[in-house]
Write a protein that binds this ligand. Structure first.
Ligand SMILES: NC(=O)c1ccc[n+]([C@@H]2O[C@H](COP(=O)([O-])OP(=O)(O)OC[C@H]3O[C@@H](n4cnc5c(N)ncnc54)[C@H](OP(=O)(O)O)[C@@H]3O)[C@@H](O)[C@H]2O)c1
Length: 259
């Protein structure tokens, strides 16, 4: 399917690796000019040739810095992928052990990062009509169990597409993509969920990753690849999805099978 995003300037947050990096590459393949944010650039991101802005989007000033840099570099913004998520304190602890700082970190990283970036980008997006995709999680639909603060913040993020009617008046669409386990550092690194689970269970990360599809009932029997999530993001940003807004799309190997 030709999505033809040429002529559009896109901004992807959380773009140095994983789903964000895959989104940068997919958007470029479809012809978009891409700006990309992370706290630090990575060699893989530098290799894309995207305009890189280093900023902390979990901080109150991050969004202002990023949107100002995009306007300086490109003079316009049409497509916004709010992909930042996770958090420095991402915790598998039970509710009774979660501290204010755990909740604050989850909220700033997973909800406020997107809310502020969207609010700051609105005037630019409204100039030509735009599209937004927020990357949430199946944890928003099924928040039982850890990481509870992350799941609750993602639930708020999914609900944020309740702004769809107001944004439609400015010609802007907003949709959510909710991945299940996806093969990124979030599962494969020691500091991610996979690593934390491995440490808690005394098992190798590889065994945790291999057992995850069965554990979360992904009926396809495998994790998603970041490129598959990126393709869904691109579709929702494109004019092929021109009449889709305020929607939440699961990409989870069938883990959540409800109507
Ligand atoms: N992988 C999964 O299984 C899965 C499942 C459901 C939902 N998701 C969601 O999908 C999104 C991407 O996840 P991923 O697995 O690709 O994560 P990842 O591999 O850990 O990548 C996260 C990206 O976000 C950047 N980032 C993190 N905090 C940031 C901040 N405060 N300001 C700016 N950039 C920041 C990181 O770069 P720096 O560290 O350099 O800043 C990195 O580029 C997240 O919202 C996550 O919650 C992932």
């Amino acid at each position: 399917m030709e999505l033809d995003l040429s002529g559009n300037v896109a901004l992807v947050t959380g773009a140095s690796r994983g789903i964000g990096l895959a989104a940068v590459c997919a958007l470029q393949r479809e012809g978009a000019t891409v700006a990309a944010v992370a706290r630090a650039a990575s060699p893989d991101l530098e290799a894309t040739g995207a305009t890189i802005v280093c900023a902390d989007l979990a901080s109150p000033d991050g969004a202002d810095e990023v949107i100002a840099a995009v306007e300086r570099a490109h003079g316009r913004l049409d497509l916004l992928v709010n992909n930042v998520g996770g958090g420095a304190r991402l915790s598998l602890a039970p509710f009774g052990q979660l501290e204010d700082a755990d909740w604050q970190d989850a909220w700033e990283t997973n909800a406020m990062s997107t809310i502020r970036a969207t609010r700051t980008a609105l005037p630019l997006l409204a100039r030509h009509g735009g599209a937004i995709v927020n990357v949430s999680s199946i944890g928003a639909r099924k928040p039982d169990g850890p990481p509870l603060a992350y799941n609750v913040a993602k639930a708020a993020l999914t609900a944020f597409s309740g702004a769809a009617a107001e944004l439609a008046a400015s010609g802007i669409r907003i949709n959510t993509v909710s991945p299940g386990p996806t093969r990124t550092a979030m599962w494969e690194s020691e500091t991610g969920l996979g690593g934390k689970l491995a440490a808690a269970l005394g098992a190798p990360i590889e065994a945790i990753v291999a057992g995850t599809p069965e554990q979360v009932t992904m009926v396809t029997g495998r994790l998603s690849e970041p490129e598959e999530v990126a393709d869904l993001i691109c579709f929702l940003l494109s004019d092929r999805a021109a009449n889709i807004t305020g929607a939440d799309y699961l990409i989870d190997g069938g883990a959540i099978r409800t109507v």
